[in-house]
Design a protein around this ligand. Structure first.
Ligand code: FES
Length: 218
């Protein structure tokens, strides 16, 4: 099976725009994998074939890349892909406990999706937000300073279709497919919304400014 003609036509238009940003077409493979993931919610067999054809590379090469990176899913992710950081700092601050309670609460494990297709879970290794540990992400937006209770409530609210806002970043939480389209390099104009750095992340900067410290000259 391959994409319906109207889907293919739409994907080709977006793919050509993305490919045009690179000196060599094959360099566009990573964003194109996000593009097909934005269509199917994972990198499907059709997605692999589409990338191979439009880039003029073999399907084996495409599969070799897509199966290397964990951000490319091999089966459909939920509308809300929930990541729990279980790397060292988050783990000791409660990430391990959040993961344990969340998997028990939802009945799903790593890279699995709830039967209603709403939520999938993933163990993440550092979200680069350690000063807000323990941190979770939903479709790559931050949910800081979580507890097992807040994590379970968050997932229940997502499944109930409630209006959820990330701790930082945009006011609206997009779907996994929409987030994949942004990662393909086709922005939704929400990237600049809301605070990015905040709280503990800025403490060192404040101390440096108060003391007149500067980075050494290169
Ligand atoms: S260890 Fe969890 S965000 Fe860095």
């Amino acid at each position: 099976m391959s994409y319906a003609p109207e889907v293919r036509e739409r994907l080709e238009k977006d793919a050509k725009e993305i490919i045009g940003r690179y000196p060599k077409a094959r360099s566009a493979l990573l964003p194109l994998l996000h593009l097909v993931q934005s269509e199917d919610g994972y990198v499907s067999d059709d997605g692999h074939e589409f990338c191979a054809e439009i880039l003029g590379v073999s399907k084996a090469e495409v599969v070799g890349v897509s199966t290397f990176y964990t951000m490319y899913k091999r089966k459909p992710a939920g509308d809300y892909h929930v990541g729990v950081c279980i790397n060292a700092l988050c783990a000791v601050m409660g990430g391990d406990e959040i993961w344990e309670q969340l998997t028990e609460h939802t009945g799903i494990g790593h890279d699995e999706t709830t039967p209603d297709g709403k939520v999938s879970l993933e163990r993440l290794e550092c979200n680069a937000a350690c000063d807000f540990a323990p941190v979770m992400m939903v479709n790559w937006e931050f949910f800081d300073n979580q507890t097992p209770e807040s994590a379970k409530q968050l997932v229940d609210d997502l499944r109930d279709g409630k209006d959820i806002r990330p701790t930082r970043g945009p006011k609206r939480l997009c779907s996994f497919k929409e987030a994949s389209r942004v990662l393909a390099g086709l922005p939704d104009d929400q990237a600049g919304e809301g605070p990015s750095a905040a709280g503990a992340s800025l403490e060192g900067l404040k101390v440096a400014k108060a003391n007149g410290w500067k980075a050494p000259e290169a």
